[in-house]
Ligand binder design. Structure first.
Ligand code: SF4
Length: 285
């Protein structure tokens, strides 16, 4: 059950039903921001995490407010075993229920049938297609059922994240509230919290990883590299992201965005054709 917050700054009473005052929320520290969301939205709020260092801090702060806080994660089908070890530690050690989101099996089957299982190395557009099928679409489906979510994004976590607010309306998901409670935290602050509270961490950090996603798309970073340099390292775009927190914008002809759109259209046609043939999709994961 959620703890009851005490006195909230003017305009932030969680019992109000009007639009949240984003400017005032921006001034709240991470723990109070989470407490506000839990009190206002209850089960319509969730922490969405891939169990990286930042996600563990957000989980820890949220569970102190409400040990039953909702936790969502994406099992893309390509995660490293070490990430599942952290999920188990969170379930058994911290006692949190974890709701695991999975891709649509028909989408995965159609994508793999047309492009092969390791399509991501061939073209940034196909990499984005894989991220869309395995991450973006499942998250879109899950967020359709909630009113607010929290992430572990930090402003100094990469070039594309420099402008991350602590509170925003997530227009890509119907205008729900998106909180980034650690937006103004440094990496050192995150690790200090993990150490002080003896929280479980992904063992891959000890092997030189500084950001952890799917196994085939993540490598350890080298001294002096950006902390997200090990994600899709073969792509030239310095702002590369999976699409969970960004939306592709239009580009020049034959840009990765255009090719991604074309590949997504083909995927939808393949799934439709497969269903028409009576298979309703060709097998599971
Ligand atoms: Fe696919 Fe790699 Fe994206 Fe995972 S990170 S969904 S394997 S492209």
């Amino acid at each position: 059950m959620a703890a009851t917050a005490t006195t909230w700054p003017h305009g932030l009473d969680p019992r109000r039903n009007d639009d949240p005052d984003l400017a005032r929320l921006e001034g709240l520290p991470a723990d109070q921001l989470l407490a506000w969301a839990i009190e206002r939205f209850g089960r319509r709020f969730a922490v969405v995490t891939s169990f990286q260092a930042e996600g563990m801090v957000v989980l820890d702060l949220a569970r102190r407010v409400d040990p039953g806080v909702r936790v969502l994660t994406l099992d893309t089908g390509r995660l490293p075993e070490e990430t599942f070890q952290v999920i188990e530690a969170v379930r058994t050690g911290l006692g949190l229920q974890v709701e695991v989101l999975t891709p649509d099996p028909a989408d995965v089957a159609a994508m793999v049938a047309r492009h092969g299982p390791n399509l991501f190395h061939r073209d940034p557009a196909l990499r984005r297609l894989c991220c869309h099928v395995r991450k973006v679409a499942p998250l879109d489906r899950a967020l359709a059922g909630i009113d607010a979510w929290a992430t572990g994004l930090r402003r100094d976590g990469g070039p594309a994240r420099a402008g991350t607010p602590k509170a925003e309306l997530d227009e890509a998901h119907g205008g729900i509230v998106k909180l980034n409670p650690l937006a103004d935290w440094t990496r050192d602050q995150v690790w200090a919290h993990l150490g002080a509270h003896r929280l479980p961490v992904n063992p891959l950090y000890e092997r030189g990883y500084t950001s952890i996603g799917c196994a085939p798309c993540t490598r350890p970073t080298r001294p002096g590299e950006d902390e997200r340099a090990g994600r899709w390292w073969w792509e030239a775009d310095q702002d590369r992201e999976c699409g969970l927190h960004t939306r592709l914008s239009g580009g020049a002809a034959s840009s990765p965005a255009d090719r991604f759109s074309a590949a997504l259209d083909r995927l939808r046609a393949d799934v439709h054709a497969s269903a028409q043939e009576g298979g309703g999709g060709s097998g599971g994961l």
